[in-house]
Design a protein around this ligand. Structure first.
Ligand code: GSH
Length: 200
């Protein structure tokens, strides 16, 4: 199978982390992706031109990262990173939505700098997106999930923190010590987090 993603994509990292944690990573070939290149296979795999995309052995294309994680859980026998118990599943899915939303906002802050000339950067828009990321981080810090549980929610949370560590949209380590403690504990539970750190 193929997992198409840049190595620095935080959403791609969700898929790499989950596949590593579940012991499935050897069944994948990781192929790079460049979203801005119209000739990159990414746009054929996913009309939205977003990574990650997974290609199954039968050729089916699977996106986005949420669906990929569900698919990986299914391949691993089910009930592993997507809890079988309904209440736990709902909590994990909602946590994943929060962490994904933090990443979406953090990525838009990076894209403003990458895709728009400096003279038309719009600070109110950047602040609007940063507000989403900061409120999301504050919500996580006020009620951190159990770092001993590796679920779609905690995987996404760790990837969001790792991404902001790299791009530095906001200083979550200074503002939220409970998240520093949480990430250290999660790294101990899930060595796949450190194993998937982008080499940057
Ligand atoms: N909801 C998507 C988000 C994926 C996403 O935003 N990926 C970024 C890279 S981290 C991307 O492909 N951006 C290119 C674009 O938006 O055109 C998921 O969970 O996979």
């Amino acid at each position: 199978m193929i997992l198409r993603t840049s190595i620095t994509s935080p959403f791609g990292r969700k898929a790499r982390l989950a596949a590593t944690h579940l012991g499935l990573i050897d069944r994948f070939r990781i192929e790079p992706a460049e979203a801005t290149d119209p000739n990159d296979p990414l746009r054929k795999d996913n009309p939205l031109g977003k990574m990650p995309v997974m290609t199954l052995d039968d050729g089916r294309k699977v996106y986005d990262s949420r669906v990929i994680l569900e698919c990986l859980d299914h391949m691993a026998g089910g009930g592993k990173i997507l809890p079988a118990d309904w209440d736990a599943r709902l909590a994990a899915l909602t946590l994943q939505a929060l962490a994904d939303g933090i990443m979406d906002a953090a990525i838009l802050v990076v894209y403003e700098a990458r895709h728009r000339p400096a003279e038309i950067h719009h600070k109110p828009w950047l602040d609007y997106q940063l507000g989403k990321a900061e409120r999301g981080l504050a919500a996580l810090a006020a009620n951190p999930p159990d770092p001993k549980q590796v679920t779609v929610g905690t995987i996404a949370t760790a990837c969001a923190l790792g991404y902001i560590d790299w791009r530095k949209q906001t200083n979550w380590r200074a503002n939220h010590s409970s998240l520093v403690t949480w990430l250290d504990a999660f790294r101990a539970t899930a060595p796949a987090f450190d194993a998937t750190t982008p080499p940057v």
